[in-house]
Ligand binder design. Structure first.
Ligand code: HEM
Ligand code: HEM
Length: 181
């Protein structure tokens, strides 16, 4: 297929869900990395609570996104040669997988740590004396988050390469133009 003929853009809901996901992942990653910079006490509890709250919002957005992807959401044909199209598909699949893993491990992290959410309520620790479990789950969450961040950076670089170098309209498929389909 000629790139210039690539038919349409994603539908508005897919685009909204994509950019909401991207914004939340950037905010979650940055906040996750900086929680310990906040002084102990109310500020750190607030930062951690905000991270957890945004994580829960991301979980809801992700469920909506996957449901929409499996039902009505637009699935556009790849704009690349077959092998590269397969690589892009694999990359997108991995992004979904890492999103789900980071969110599930985040929830598990709250559960094994036990947490104070905004000084409003507490989540009791699953096994309070078990420091090893706490470290394991914390490390796994960090790994999933960092892998997701790394792959998302590569993905964004690929999108910008399409836009600036190949000039094939792939980035525009994920951007809504006023008044356009
Ligand atoms: C894509 C989604 C997410 C990303 C990118 C992310 C990222 C991170 C990062 C980078 C850290 C710091 C890890 C470390 O240095 O130990 C962290 C910690 C944490 N995350 Fe997430 N996270 C996500 C989702 C969630 C969710 C859904 C929850 C819970 C509902 C959650 C709960 C936590 C908790 C409790 C911590 C420990 C905070 C602390 O050490 O004080 N995260 N996250
Ligand atoms: C954390 C950040 C991001 C995540 C988790 C993410 C995730 C995804 C996923 C899973 C898809 C596949 C959509 C599907 O087929 O269902 C996708 C598509 C896309 N993303 Fe991202 N994305 C992120 C950031 C970005 C950024 C920063 C850009 C642009 C610079 C971008 C541009 C695109 C484009 C153009 C597509 C459509 C590709 C095509 O039609 O072949 N994404 N993204």
């Amino acid at each position: 297929m000629n790139h210039a003929d690539t038919p349409a853009r994603y539908d508005a809901r897919t685009i909204l869900l994509h950019w909401t996901t991207a914004g939340l992942v950037v905010a979650l990653w940055a906040l996750g990395q900086t929680i310990d910079w906040f002084p102990k006490g109310t500020l750190r509890i607030g930062a951690r609570g905000t991270h957890i709250l945004l994580g829960v919002v991301l979980a809801a957005v992700l469920v909506a996104r996957i449901r929409w992807r499996l039902s009505g959401g637009a699935r556009l044909p790849s704009a690349e040669p077959a092998w590269l199209g397969r690589a892009a598909k694999l990359g997108h699949g991995l992004l979904y997988l890492l999103l789900v893993a980071a969110v599930l491990l985040g929830v598990a992290n709250v559960w094994v740590r036990g947490d104070n959410i905004f000084n409003l309520f507490t989540v009791p620790a699953f096994d309070p004396g078990n420091k090893a479990l706490r470290h394991q789950v914390g490390d796994l969450h960090e790994w999933a988050a960092n892998l997701l961040g790394g792959l998302a950076l590569l993905h964004a670089a690929a999108a910008l390469f399409h836009h600036q170098v190949l000039k094939d309209g792939v980035l525009l498929r994920m951007r809504r133009l006023r008044g356009a389909g």
